[in-house]
Design a binder for this molecule. Structure first.
Ligand code: NAD
Length: 482
């Protein structure tokens, strides 16, 4: 089941220059899943040299775009053929349920490659009617070598959001996955080679962010950085990119409002609120972690959410009956439990959960799905990204009040709106400052629909045609006709 345990550089599986290795830990059992080569700064040098060579001298950027598209579709097929392996690896690394990895995220990852395989020969320049006797047109050219830095919550999926559009446009890639969850990135590297991706076009170098990620960000041989992670680290990445005026896109954190109006279908809204916060144990950048409920139905909805949260089965992510696996690590568990204490101290009321759960043999990093009621938007549990299974329910008075509160956040990644009134839904969708708004639903994704943040949730858009813009340079060509 394990992927290659070495670094993928220039089409070869290699040990790290330092010989260092690290272990990946299964958060459900605390057992070591694999021991892997750990990249360091010297390996970054090698990966950049390989990716540069593949871009500057190799066949990939020059290849017919339709041929690149075929390679992407073969990668999609390879992911589907290995679906169970990918799902097992993802669940072992992250603790997400096998249902989520095998039925939702790995299939969607394959779809992303198909989608961008289709775009490879369909995103191109324009002929523009300029003044004077000249012909002018634009070319869409690949940016070059792209450094990709990804988090641990949706490892494979978020990697495909970067790798697939970058490859479609003829770029070469250096992927640095999060150290907690590198297995599916290595498997993707293996599948890509089997699909005929030329050597050096996709390099995979798991290693520590402060060394390997930082070296990539600062390297003059890297043309663009595509970063997904926390807002704090993202700010540092932006600063470092300034030195070489690197192209950069950042997908960062969130504290998304999920707004339930009194005229909503309460049962659907309760289900949507639960999916919004507890999918993937709340380790979701777009999690609907601030649930605003209009006062007239506050008791009904908060009771409903609390009751259903208390019934959720927390446990072995490989069991069919499990709704929620462990959080990613001990550090994350301690941080989530710390936020639960902060919520209590600030005067919010625990309606469900609030504690650690013992796993089998006392192992694993399990936290109960936790629901806070009677909270305010000023509390820490409403302002800071907890990135765990903690819902904060806040009552509101009316439309104006909730829009004001919803937008009172540094973040602006996503929002949910629940109402049967179409006009109200549209007014609210326009009023909230968020990159994605779900109406009477939550957490839907499609390869064609752009995703990204307002405010400190980042900038640039992934998915859809919009992602292709950030993996291309526009060149204007003038031809004298006089
Ligand atoms: P993180 O910022 O700690 O790490 C993200 C990646 O950056 C990792 O690969 C890490 O090794 C690397 N890194 C760390 N320090 C670095 C540095 N100095 N220079 C370069 N790279 C460095 O985030 P995380 O804990 O892995 O992930 C959780 C965060 O990601 C949350 O804030 C979440 O909201 C965010 N996230 C955002 C989106 C989105 O699309 N907006 C999606 C998923 C996760």
């Amino acid at each position: 089941m394990l992927p290659p345990t070495k670094l993928l550089i220039g089409g070869q599986w290699t040990d790290s220059a330092s010989g260092k290795t690290f272990d990946t830990i299964n958060p459900a059992t605390e057992e070591v899943t694999a021991t892997l080569a750990e990249a360091g700064p010297e390996d970054v040098e090698k990966a950049v040299a390989a990716a540069r060579k593949a871009f500057d001298e190799g066949p990939w950027p020059k290849m017919a775009a339709s041929e690149r598209g075929k390679v992407l579709r073969r990668i999609a097929d390879g992911i589907r053929k290995n679906l169970q392996v990918f799902a097992d690896l993802e669940t072992a690394d992250t603790g997400k349920t096998l249902f989520d990895s095998g039925k939702v995220e790995v299939p969607l990852s394959a779809d992303i490659f198909d989608y961008y395989g289709g775009w490879a020969d369909k995103f191109y320049g324009e002929t523009i009617p300029v003044r004077g006797n000249a012909l002018a047109f634009t070319l869409r050219e690949p940016v070059g070598v792209v450094g990709m830095i990804t988090p641990w919550n949706f490892p494979l999926l978020l990697e495909t959001w970067k790798v697939a559009p970058a490859l479609a446009m003829g770029n070469t890639c250096i992927l640095k996955p999060a150290m907690l969850t590198p297995l599916t990135a290595l498997k993707l590297g293996e599948i890509a080679l089997e699909a005929g991706l030329p050597e050096g076009v996709l390099n995979v170098i798991p290693g520590p962010g402060g060394k390997v990620g930082d070296a990539l960000v600062r390297h003059a041989g890297v043309d663009k950085i595509a970063f997904t992670g926390s807002t704090e680290v993202g700010k540092g990445v932006l600063r470092a990119c300034a030195d070489t005026i690197k192209r950069v896109t950042v997908e960062l954190g969130g504290k998304s409002p999920n707004i339930i109006f009194a005229d909503a279908d309460a049962e659907s809204a309760i289900r949507g609120a639960l999916t919004g916060i507890f999918y993937n144990k709340g380790e979701v950048c777009a999690a609907g972690s601030r649930i605003f409920v209009e006062k007239a139905i506050y008791d009904q909805v908060s009771d409903g959410i609390a009751k259903k949260a208390a019934q959720m089965t927390v446990g072995d992510p490989r069991d069919k009956g499990t709704r929620m696996g462990p959080v990613i690590s001990k550090a994350q568990m301690d941080s989530v439990l710390g936020y639960i204490e902060a919520g209590k101290k600030d005067g919010a009321k625990i309606l469900a959960g609030g504690a650690k759960v013992e796993g089998a043999n006392g192992k694993g990093f399990f936290v109960q799905p936790t629901v806070f009621g009677n909270a305010t938007n000023a509390m820490r549990i409403a302002r800071e990204e907890i990135f765990g299974p903690v819902a904060t329910i806040i009552p509101f008075e009316n439309f104006e009040d909730v829009v004001k509160q919803a937008n009172d956040s540094f973040y602006g990644l996503a929002a949910g709106i629940w109402t049967k009134d179409v006009k109200k839904a549209i007014r609210a969708a326009k009023a909230v400052k968020a990159g994605t708004v779900w109406v009477n639903t939550y957490n839907l994704y499609d390869p064609g629909l752009p995703f990204g943040g307002f405010k400190q949730s980042g900038f640039g858009r992934e998915l859809g045609v919009h992602a292709l813009e950030s993996y291309t340079e526009t060149k204007s060509v003038w031809m004298d006709l006089s």
